[in-house]
Structures are given as structure tokens and as C-alpha cells.
Unconditional design. Sequence first.
Length: 459
Amino acid sequence: MRPLSPVDFIFLSLEKRQQPMHVGGLFLFKLPENAPADFVHQLVEDIRNSRAVPVAPFNQVLNGIFWGEDEEFDLDQHFRHISLPRPGRIRELLVYVSQEHSALIDRAKPLWECHIIEGIEGNRFAMFFKMHHAMVDGVAGMRLLEKSLSHSPTENSIVPPWAVKNNKLKRPKANPLSKTAKLVRVLTEQIQTVPNLSRELINTVFQEMGRNPDYVSTFQAPQCIINQPISASRRFAAQSYDLARFRNVAKKLGVTINDVVLAVCSGALRSYLIGQRALPKKPLVAMVPISLRTDDSHSGNQISMILANLGTHKGDPLERLEIIKRSVLNAKNRFGRMKPSEILGYSGLVYSMAGLNLLSGALPRHQAFNLVISNVPGPREPLYWNGAQLDALYPASVLMDGQALNITLTSYMDKLEVGITACRHVLPRVQSLLALLEEEIQTFEHLTRFMEHPASINV
């Protein structure tokens, strides 16, 4: 057994009917050339007949404040197979995913589900996989994906994704001292962070807050239609964009790709809110998760977050980009002075009031940020599953009461895959954001068309 981390515990505590706390991925596959008509049916039967044993984290079940091993695993509780009604458009696929992403996962069992969906136009099928956020963060989820798929189009395997690490799970011998030892180690590490953590907190309070225009505090996010109580109904929208377009703009403007991604999202949000006659006078604030993972592990959560000023009060795209770049750099420089354990402690203290507000709902009109925008690096080479090439992967994320919109992006080969998760009852026509994202990247391409060298964007 391993103890729940503080972040694991928070994700579990935040969950309620209208606020499921699982993340998901929609994986779209192309059928292999000359594949038989029953290719997907055979794949599903192979999975059902497989005797492969689930491995961590897929075999883990909640046991108090620990993750234990499920001794009564039942595949039928986790695995689904459906076929879309004709014509099987992406629209119908996204409707199905929206419905499944709205439903809670049973906590009495390992916290994941896998849905195989066939009958999709273009000779394709899909897999929708969802896992509780307490089990994995975005980086861990990507590593699990890469372990589940192959880099070869000719490799066939009936080992299901939840058992790919090995086919025989070695059960660790019980150690009555392991729980206590792990808790003592965690406490010791936290005590050692106190001196440097104290210095950073003092610096934040007395030197940055209210004095540094690039510092983003938990008190400056404006009220917005995004920040309303949510229902359990989700709307999921997804699309692929050419990653080279973002890379070229970033290179010409001398900024990071992530800066450009945030700026494109900022411009799209600004246009969407103007269309709803709901653009706040003050700039929106995005919570941007960052990975603290320094090893090749693929379980648990090792993430913190920064707050980014999206500059949505500015009509000039370059002004918005400059504001975003400076606020993100301010947070990165601060975290650069700290170890991962210190960053976790700092984040826990600085964002504690925001966390308590999310848990209690005591101050529904105060939000530490307006929405989450997450960008997770993904596989750079084509992946295959039993000969079927992965054509696209779209991330689906969590919503929280008071934050009715989440934009999560991941890279795959030469594409940037965008998944938008929203509360269907709060935000109308949220799928229009996909077209607005395209318009915004076109705007940056026009502005940088004749640039050849990195340019300063100070305005």
C-alpha cells in the first residue's frame, strides 16, 4: 500500500455529483489496411478473453487514506463496447463522450473505465479512457499511453492497456512498518523545506504582492460567466491544429510555444465573451498546471500550478502575449529557486484559501482563477494499437464549481490536440471556441508573416 498524497486527497475530497474529478482521453484510431470487417469485434473479444492481470495503477482501489490492491477485479465493471448509429460522425462521438464524461466512477472499484467505440466515419474507431485525477496527473497519463501502445504498425498484442507493464503482477510481501515509514519520510521531507519556503513566502507578501505588476495573486481574477455553479452535464469539443504553426509564431516573436498557446486561448476567450456580451473589464486569470515529475514514474500526482494573466482586457494580440509572457516568467523564476517539495509546500500555503473555498463554497463569488488551461507534452512519433494507427488523441479534463470551462492541450507527432470541457448548462455554444482558436492563430500568423528573426514584443 502507498499513502494518498496531499494532492490525491484534495482531488478525492473535491468530488461530488456535479463535480466528477476524473480526467479522460479520446483516442481516435485508423483501421489497418485490409482489416477484416470484424476487426474491432475481434479486438474486444481478445481483450475480454485475456488473462492478463491488471497492474498499478489500474489495480489500485481506495482503502482509507491508502491505495490498496483490488483482490476482486471484475473487467465487466470497467470495460464497455458500443457502436455509434450511422452515419457515425465525430459529432455523435463527442456527444457520447460528453455523456460518459459526466458520470461518476464507482469508488468501490479501481477508479477507471475504458470504452471502445466503433462505427465512426472515415474507417475509424475510438477508445475513451477515463481515470480519477487522484490516480494520475497529465504527464503520468501520457506515460501510461505510450506504454500501452506500440511504435510499430506490425506488432500485434492482446494484452489490454491496463496490463501492459507485465503479464504477471508480482505481489509485494506485506510489511507492517511500510505505512508508518512512508508517512515519517513524507513528514521529514516537508520539515526540511521550512527555511527556504519561509523566505519565498516573505518575498511574495512583502515584495511582490501589490507591487510587482507581473505577479498574479489569488485575489485578482474578475467575475465572469465562466465562474458560475456547475451542473453534472458536460459538453466536450475537440480539434487538431498544426503544431508547426505555433512553433513558427513562437520562433519569430522570441517566446515559448506555451506562451503562444496561452495567447491564442486568450484571444479566443476574449472573442467568445464579447459575443456573449460578457467580457470583464479586468483580465481573466488562468491556472496553468506544471509538472514536478523528475523521474519516469507514471502514477500519482506530482503537479503544482502557476497563475497566468491572460490580458483579455487588451485588444492588441501582441500586448496580450507580452502580458502573458511576463506573468508566466515571474512564476517560473520563483519556482526555479525552489525544490519540488518546496514548490508543493509553497503552493499548498498560497492556494490554501482557494482550496478551502472550492471545498466549502463559502465565497461563491470569489475565484482564485477563472479557468484552467493545461498543455501536456505528448508522443512525438506515430503510435499503433494492434496495427491500427493512432490518428488523434484529445484530452478531457475536470471542471470545478465556479469554473465551468477547461481547455487542455497535448501534442502528438506534428499536431496540437485540443480538448475543451465545459458545463453544458452554463456556457452556450462552447464548441465555437474551436473556430475562434483557428482565427486567433491566423491573426498571429498574419502579424509575423514577414518576420525572419526573433523579435521583441515589448509594447
